[in-house]
Design a protein. Structure first.
Lengths: 171, 170
C-alpha cells in the first residue's frame, strides 16, 4: 500500500506540471516525477522436507516433523532410534525489501508414493507463521508437516507426486 | 504525448512491481517406510517333564537349549527347550528386546496351583545391547528358571502360562 501511495503522488505532481505547461501554449516543459521500485520478494529452497525412516506398524500412525526439524509419532515405536534416516524440515530463504512483512501460503495436502503405494502429507506448519518479516532483507522460512502412515504401510522410498509449493507475497 | 508516455511508464511500473510482489517455489517431500518388525514364536518355552518331592527345586532352561536342574527335582526324559522367536524387519536394522519385568505364572488346570517362571535370559543377550536384523532376520532364544514346589504345592499335571516379550526397532 505504501508503494501505491508513492506512485499516485507522482501522478498528481505530473498532472499539475502539465496543466501549467498547457496554459503557456506550445512550449516544452519537463516535469519531475518519482517512483520507488522496491526489491522483489524472492524465495529459494535450502532443504527438502524429509520424514526419515519410519517403521511400518500393525497400527496406523501420524509422524510429524516440526519446522524446527524435530520428529515425533503418535506411535513412538514407529521411529527407529538407531536408524532414523535423514530428518529435515523444508527450509527456504526469503529475500526482499528490508523490514517488509510478507504472507506465507503453504500446501494443504500432498501425496507421496512408492510403487503405487501412497501416503498423505498434511497439516503443514511454518516458522515464522502466519507472516514473516524481512529483517535485514532476508529471513529463513522453515516448513514442517505430518505424514499419515497406514497400518502395515508397504515398505519403500516415498516421494511426492504433486508439488510442495510455498508462496510468499508482500503484505 | 509526453504525459501519455509518462503515465504509461508509471502504469508499467505499477504492473511490474505488482508482478514481483509474490514469489513461489517448490520443494520435495520424502519418507522411507521400513518393514514392520514382526516376531513369531516358532518354539514354545518348555521345561519338559520332571518329578518333585517334599523340597522342590529349580529347572533352568538355557537359551542354548540345555537344561539344568537344581534341588530335589528329578528330570524325566522328554522334549524341553527355550522359546524360539523369529524376528523379521528391515535389513540391518537394529532392534531391542524387553524381557518380562517379573515372573510368569504357570497354572495347574485341575487344581489352580501355580509355579513361577523368572530369571529371563535371551540369546543374543539383552545386556549386549540392541540386536541386528542380518538380512532382515534374527533368531532370538529365550530361557528362564522354573521354581518347583513340593509335591503338595505342585501336584502332577500340566502347568501352562504366558509371558510377554517386546521387540522394537531401536
Amino acid at each position: 500500500m505504501k508503494k501505491f501511495a508513492i506512485l499516485f503522488a507522482g501522478l498528481f505532481l505530473m498532472t499539475f506540471a502539465f496543466q501549467s505547461v498547457n496554459a503557456q501554449g506550445p512550449a516544452t516543459g519537463v516535469a519531475e516525477t518519482s517512483a520507488t521500485i522496491i526489491a522483489p520478494i524472492a524465495i529459494t529452497k535450502q532443504k527438502d522436507l524429509n520424514f526419515g525412516n519410519i517403521a511400518a506398524l500393525t497400527t496406523a500412525q501420524q509422524v510429524t516433523v516440526t519446522p524446527a526439524g524435530d520428529r515425533n509419532s503418535t506411535e513412538p515405536q514407529g521411529l527407529p532410534n538407531a536408524t532414523p534416516g535423514t530428518i529435515t524440515a523444508a527450509s527456504f530463504t526469503v529475500t526482499g525489501l528490508e523490514n517488509a512483512t510478507y504472507s506465507i501460503e503453504l500446501p494443504t495436502t500432498l501425496e507421496v508414493t512408492s510403487d503405487g503405494n501412497t501416503m498423505l502429507v498434511n497439516n503443514f506448519t511454518s516458522t515464522p507463521t502466519p507472516t514473516g518479516t524481512l529483517t535485514g532483507g532476508t529471513q529463513t522460512l522453515n516448513v514442517g508437516a505430518t505424514i499419515n502412515v497406514d497400518a502395515n504401510q508397504a515398505a519403500g522410498e516415498y516421494t511426492n507426486t504433486s508439488d510442495l509449493t510455498v508462496t510468499v507475497a508482500y503484505n | 504525448m509526453i504525459r501519455n508516455i509518462i503515465i504509461t511508464f508509471l502504469l508499467s511500473l505499477l504492473l511490474s512491481t505488482g508482478a514481483v510482489a509474490q514469489s513461489t517455489i517448490t520443494a520435495q517431500a520424502f519418507a522411507e517406510i521400513i518393514e514392520a518388525l514382526t516376531a513369531n514364536e516358532t518354539d514354545q518355552l518348555n521345561f519338559g517333564r520332571f518329578s518333585t518331592d517334599m523340597n522342590g527345586g529349580d529347572i533352568i532352561i538355557n537359551p542354548d537349549g540345555s537344561r539344568t536342574i537344581q534341588g530335589s527335582v528329578i528330570g524325566v526324559a522328554s522334549p524341553y527347550g527355550p522359546g524360539i522367536f523369529q524376528i523379521t524387519g528391515a535389513p540391518e536394522a537394529s532392534f531391542t528386546l524387553q524381557l518380562p519385568d517379573g515372573p510368569a505364572v504357570l497354572i495347574h488346570q485341575e487344581s489352580s496351583k501355580t509355579m513361577f517362571v523368572e530369571n529371563w535370559v535371551a540369546d543374543p543377550p539383552v545386556e549386549n545391547g540392541p540386536g541386528v536384523l542380518t538380512n532382515g532376520n534374527r533368531i532370538v532364544s529365550i530361557g528362564a528358571t522354573l521354581s518347583v514346589g513340593s509335591y503338595d504345592a505342585n501336584p502332577v499335571g500340566v502347568y501352562s502360562g504366558t509371558f510377554q516379550l517386546t521387540f522394537a526397532y531401536n
